[in-house]
Design a protein around this ligand. Structure first.
Ligand code: ATP
Ligand code: MG
Length: 434
């Protein structure tokens, strides 16, 4: 007796995107591409797998991502590799390696899967998708405003503007944050008893991460903590004020959030996040800012930079729940060709091809595999098509086939018989009246 084998399941937190869901994804990705192209950004593609060192150096050793979320492993040659947890590091590595950055203005975009070993829940997965835009070689604040404006244009395109809020902050330079970190550590030392283990572990290695603590007791202890704002250099402050002026001029509303620090070490000066309250806990859909030090940090020449990354899953959740996918985006079948009789396979395929050539916007499904008229008609109804075209050889009829039947797939069941040669031309008329 053969024992049935246990089915193999997908890895936890890694989603299959089924045919029913792909129209939402295509709509989102097409909209994004339309917007980035209209802003003059060019696509760049880079590997999903990179040397682990790239992410450690760019994202930062003492960040959530590097400490506990990366999929890292040794390959067969003993090289330590990591599935990319985000796109900026790889984008910068690729652009720098191929000489696209130094002394140039460069605007790039990318899209694809990212991998983080997080606890899966709604809006948070282990394989997820981001698209991002990155601009190099420009000091800002105009380019900072441009990347924010680009994201805002996408919300507008998708009809999501009213559901999203822009938060901005100025986190100063790496030096400012070092000074602030030292002050914060000293402060935390005076409140050590009120902290939890997590906060105690971080207060020396990365004190700013303590600010993110979800523990209300830790938040209480932070009440009188020094503020980053007081440590930010004058140049950065005036850059930030100018950015605000530009956003005001563009009519892009924002909230200043002094707690917004971003989970990646490479950011400096202006950072931002777009959030929504329509998704429950996972409300961040886009994060970005300046990262002037990153190119140098991974071995390139100093290059100014700003950009953002958008989480696609969260946007798809929003688009679906708010019913923002235009019906025209859904894949539809308009015409279903029934092929009844063993001898008509060639005629069926040829007729479908002629219909597609004449009406490139229509979806045409050709019934394959034979079968009785009734079962083919059932499939035609199930396909959602509006018209069926029926090729059927009458018993004893002479070849080749002369006539076809066009039948409305509605309750009327109305049909006409036409000469095969005329049928393609008549379809438009028939569809118009249905
Ligand atoms: P969060 O605070 O939700 O963990 P993050 O700050 O880690 O987000 P970023 O690294 O800034 O996120 O990535 C940009 C965007 O990518 C996020 O705003 C979010 O929309 C999306 N994102 C990040 N991690 C995940 C994940 N595990 N699953 C799905 N989307 C994600
Ligand atoms: Mg995160």
């Amino acid at each position: 007796m053969s024992k049935s084998k246990k089915k193999i399941q997908a890895i936890r937190g890694m989603n299959d995107i089924l045919p029913e869901q792909t129209p939402s994804w295509q709509y989102l990705e097409n909209s994004f591409q339309k917007v980035v192209q209209s802003y003059g950004y060019s696509e760049i593609r880079f590997p999903i797998l990179e040397q682990t060192q790239l992410f450690k150096r760019s994202i930062g050793e003492v960040t959530d991502i590097v400490e506990k979320e990366m999929y890292s492993f040794d390959d067969r040659n003993g090289a330590n590799l990591t599935l990319r947890p985000e796109g900026t590091a790889g984008c910068v590595r690729a652009a720098d390696q191929h000489g696209l950055l130094y002394n140039q203005h460069q605007r790039l975009w990318y899209q694809g899967p990212m991998f983080r070993h997080e606890r899966p829940q709604k809006g948070r997965y282990r394989q997820f998708h981001q698209f991002g835009a990155e601009a190099f070689g420009m000091a800002g604040p105009d380019i900072d405003a441009e990347v924010i404006q680009l994201s805002a244009t996408l919300w507008q395109e998708l009809g999501l503007t009213e559901y999203l809020v822009l938060e901005i902050n100025n986190i100063g330079s790496a030096d400012d944050r070092k000074n602030y970190g030292a002050a914060l550590t000293s402060y935390l030392e005076t409140r050590e008893k009120e902290l939890d283990d997590d906060a105690r572990n971080r207060m020396h290695s990365n004190p700013m991460r303590v600010l993110d603590s979800k523990n209300p007791l830790v938040q209480d202890a932070l009440k009188d903590a020094p503020l980053l704002t007081d440590f930010v250099n004058q140049g950065s402050v005036s850059h930030y004020r100018q950015l605000q002026g530009l956003l005001d001029g563009l009519g892009i509303a924002y909230i200043e959030n002094s707690r917004l620090v971003r989970g990646l070490d490479y950011y400096n000066n202006c950072v931002f996040e777009w959030t929504t309250d329509s998704l429950g806990a996972q409300g961040a859909v886009c994060g970005g800012g300046r990262y002037d030090g990153l190119v140098e940090q991974i071995g390139g020449k100093p290059t100014l930079a700003a950009g953002f990354a958008i989480g696609e899953e969260r946007l798809v959740l929003m688009l679906d729940s708010l019913e923002k996918i235009p019906p025209s985006e859904l894949q539809t079948i308009d015409i279903f060709v029934l092929v009844v009789g063993d001898t008509l396979a060639a005629e069926g395929l040829q007729l479908s091809r002629q219909i597609r050539a004449r009406y490139p916007d229509l979806g045409v499904l050709n019934h394959c595999g034979g079968g009785k008229y009734n079962s083919q008609l059932k499939r035609a109804f199930a396909s959602g098509a509006r018209l069926a075209i029926i090729l059927e050889s009458e018993p004893g009829a002479e070849e080749p086939l002369k006539n076809v039947k066009i039948r409305r797939l509605d309750d009327s069941g109305e049909s006409i018989t036409l000469e095969l040669a005329d049928s393609v031309g008549k379809i438009a008329e028939f569809l118009q009246n249905s």
